[in-house]
Design a protein around this ligand. Sequence first.
Ligand code: PRX
Length: 653
Amino acid sequence: MSNEQVRFYNPSEEVVKNAAVSGMDGYRALCKEAEDDYEGYWGRRAKELLDWKVPFTEVLDESNAPFFKWFADGKLNVSYNCLDRNVANGLGDKVALIFEADNGEVTRVTYKDLLGRVCRFANALRGMGVKKGDRVVIYLPMSIEGVVAMQACARIGATHSIVFGGFSAHALRDRIEDAGAVAVITSDGQFRGGKALPLKPIADEALSLGGCDTVRNVIVVKRTGGECNIVAGRDSWFHDVVAGQSDDCEPEWVEAEHPLFILYTSGSTGKPKGVQHSSAGYLLQAVLSMKYTFDIRPDDIFWCTADIGWVTGHTYITYGPLASGSTEIVFEGVPTYPDAGRFWKMIQDHKVTIFYTAPTAIRSLIKAADNNPAVHPTKYDLSSLRLLGSVGEPINPAAWEWYHENVGGGRCPIVDTFWQTETGAHMITPMPGATPLVPGSCTLPFPGIQAAVVDETGTEVPWGQGGILVVKKPWPAMIRTIWGDPDRFVKSYYPADFQGRLYLAGDGAIRDKDTGYFTITGRIDDVLNVSGHRMGTMEIESALVAHEKVAEAAVVGRPDDLTGEAIVAFVVLKGPRPTGDAATAMVKELQNWVGQEIGPIAKPKDIRFGENLPKTRSGKIMRRLLRQLAKGEEILQDTSTLENPAILEQLKG
Ligand code: PRX
């Protein structure tokens, strides 16, 4: 990155002039403000950008570190901040959501209309006895109701936990059970790529698996129509429960630290972690990043293509854009239906100004455009765009350049935003009107965020040397704990190796030796990133060994041109090692099994069978060797410490 060939993409004068963070001087001034007076920096913004019922008097409480508290004696309501205050500020008739269905049908929902919908559903939930602190699981496709359900929970102080619609019954059950949910909100089905896919049967199966006794109510949105099992006394239709409800619903004024949501994500053990977020600190950074990273303006049409089932959909669909009073797109479908020009057509039709998507989507659309010139982005009028974003995984420079040139017309800055479910909002990202961009680098920390690269002892390494990515100071939108498992929270994020002082992101990073720009080098734990979806290797291994024929399994990642990483599983069966057709059939069986246990996103791309796994004499699986085998690399190093070197031959691809 630091040789002469580096090309910086500088923001145009026009962009710099009008930006919220204007020029590198503007960026540095914000960083200095935070450095000189950390609490003052965040406190001033919390006062300016959020509406409080009871103002806070203390910004940061570190007395029980690492369980940090922000703005703790203040009270507010997140849904009030997203809806009521916009209506009160004259934005009632402004379009909040432009919902485009899989089949292209468009529904526009104004702020006033959205507030009414949220109040009616919030009243319905209250009527069922759902109250502050109760957990509500939402298992819904991309829909207006998905946003309404989240906001309604926030309005009454219920803590929502969204489970991505692609997760299986088992995964859903585990999350319902861990959260102790009192209600589940789902739909009869969902439309994707022209097909109606059932959802309610999966929810029914999850609820029948045991462990879900806390669930009193299941609310079902009618989306696809047709047959749908409704269990008397437990299930009700969404349209029935909101019918006749009042458009007014007094918000529950909650403490700043009140858990707004729990979102499960993969860690390095088999059990997903329920990442618990706060109300005020979380919302503050959702709004502040809309302002600084996306430079949001009143006439923007903002489109984040993530699903509400992931953190990106929480922060940059449900909370950030609405709390900023913006107009945003909510898209039900897939980028390849009716053809791979869908995204470009939608940008053209809705005159999208800010487009935020994942590198995997970009890579697959590059491939599609190469194969079919008709769906090339340059065939569409994308002149409305002024800013592009990337999230979820490293973006390779070639994809960055293509995105910049063909989607952004060479004129739109790209914000490559590094962050995580745990961080709540952007952590390292360019400021579009300030930061000179370098493809493949997420550049510099968000103003106020103190990111660093350290060695195993927690000492900062010089620029140019790779190391472990950490955050040195707590920040408002950070994870508060792991639901029901505070010890795991401390061990995972504030490990003793760093004397509990540094937040461990779980990624490796390197800073450019001249600019100090960060490049993320990938996870340093047993977490894979497949198409921007986070998957734990242990989770997949647990699913595999739960199959009756599997004795042992080890899962690793391998670089993949399209999905970033691909899942490779090494499996030992209880019976003889299969070969030929028997092996092919077994691969299919295990892929489907993992799909059922976790969800289609967790299916291993490549499954190999051995009579054993490569182990040391003490029985430890040598994952390093498995990673090399997965990549198809020749094993050149000494394998004499292996108990069973011959096994390597069997496990070659
Ligand atoms: O490895 C990093 C990668 O995604 C992980 C977080 O995944 P998740 O919690 O699912 O949240 C994804 C959406 C915020 C990180 O630990 N990651 C995320 N964004 C980037 C990234 N890697 C490189 N560059 C990024 N911009």
